[in-house]
Ligand binder design. Structure first.
Ligand code: N2P
Length: 373
């Protein structure tokens, strides 16, 4: 009985306290609403620099309808291109989507602003196993957005048995048959990385001999490559302009299902070769000289709402780190995830790309040399 009474008293006190807090929060002078957002502090516009095919288009309209903030989005297809613009200063961008190693580089160069964790009330929806990763252990600068792997996407009518080795893309004897019918990513870390993995090296080695061997392999491959392309591999696979590609698993998912403006093709599949592949995490981060940091935090928090993250993942088809969103995914997405989510056995063969030193010079130099050949 005493216990029960105590419970009643405690409940009453708690409710009273909540009431006071709520009244205070929405009180005079402040534009704060029940969601904790102070409308008076929001900017009219927010500039979002994102990878292509990487957000469900109506999400930006929904955000504008709810908060009155117009989001202007520009696209990029490589971390290095994005970083170069931010490094130059006054880019005008507020929110960017750097991958793991790019977060490391941008933090080291002072290119990111710390997040305001008091505004990121939805961050607890993320899988704890995908928070605090090596590139930002406190998530002081970045929130997980999508993750996936890099391996080989292929057309099952041309490859009834899945390619098991990167030799499918690097062995000259196998390349003749697919000459002009395959693409490699246009990426200073991923593409040398695939060559290094094929040669049994770490994707992060800066050993000059290993890098020279990777460069030679890429140069020998180049006459057979249809294009270095990170933007339209999904489309080219779906239309069967190419039959195999060095690609991201989520992009393969997009090639299967299609996007708003790109068709799908059920014959596309994805595999991690026996030598291994890359695992990566793309993140939401705020540019150091963003004039709209409050709005940027509100936008990042919005994208971490379970129903928004689920809508996004249903379209984008990469793997969402948002645990609360997973149960909300469509049956079609769940089926595609079976194809693109690495198995436990595949996970053991995956490597993270890490920052190797100032500006990753060894890799940018190697990649420039390959492109110049
Ligand atoms: C969007 C895919 C970007 C993934 N096209 C690269 N980490």
């Amino acid at each position: 009985m005493i216990r029960l009474l105590l419970l009643v008293v405690l409940t009453t006190v708690t409710l009273a306290a909540c009431g006071t807090t709520n009244t205070g929060g929405t009180g005079a002078g402040s534009g704060t609403t029940a969601d904790g957002v102070d409308r008076a502090r929001l900017s009219a516009e927010l500039y979002f620099f994102n990878w292509s095919d990487y957000i469900e288009p109506s999400i930006l309209e929904d955000f504008e309808a709810e908060y009155g903030v117009r989001v202007i989005m520009d696209l990029y297809d490589a971390n290095e291109a994005m970083i170069a613009k931010i490094r130059a200063g006054n880019s005008g961008y507020d929110v960017v989507v750097p991958s793991d190693y790019a977060v490391q580089s941008m933090v080291a160069e002072g290119l990111l602003a710390p997040l305001d964790t008091t505004l990121l009330t939805n961050s607890g929806n993320n899988d704890p196993a995908l928070m605090g990763l090596f590139f930002d252990e406190q998530n002081a600068y970045s929130m997980p957005y999508f993750w996936s792997t890099t391996g080989i996407a292929y057309n099952t009518t041309v490859f009834p048995t899945p390619p098991t080795s990167w030799s499918a893309l690097f062995d000259p004897a196998q390349l003749a048959a697919i000459s002009g019918k395959f693409t490699m990513l246009d990426d200073a870390r991923e593409t040398p990385g695939a060559a290094l993995i094929y040669q049994g090296q770490s994707v992060n080695t800066t050993d000059p001999a290993a890098l020279a061997a990777a460069r030679e392999l890429l140069i020998a491959q180049k006459p057979f490559v249809a294009a270095y392309d990170s933007a339209n591999t999904n489309l080219k696979l779906a239309t069967e302009e190419i039959v195999i590609a060095h690609y991201w698993s989520g992009g393969a998912g997009q090639a299967i299902v299609g996007l708003e403006d790109k068709p799908g093709n059920p014959n596309i599949d994805f595999t991690i070769p026996q030598e291994g592949g890359v695992i990566w995490m793309d993140t939401l981060a705020i540019v150091h000289d963003s004039p709209n940091q409050y709005t940027a935090n509100v936008f990042i928090n919005y994208l971490m709402r379970p129903e928004v993250a689920a809508k996004n993942a249903d379209y984008v088809l990469y793997l969402t780190p948002n645990q609360a969103a997973r149960a909300l995914l469509s049956a079609e997405t769940q089926a595609v995830l079976e194809v693109i989510e690495p198995s436990a056995e595949e996970r053991e063969r995956l490597q993270w790309i890490e920052r190797t030193g100032e500006s990753d010079t060894a890799f940018s130099q190697l990649w420039t040399e390959v492109l110049a050949e």
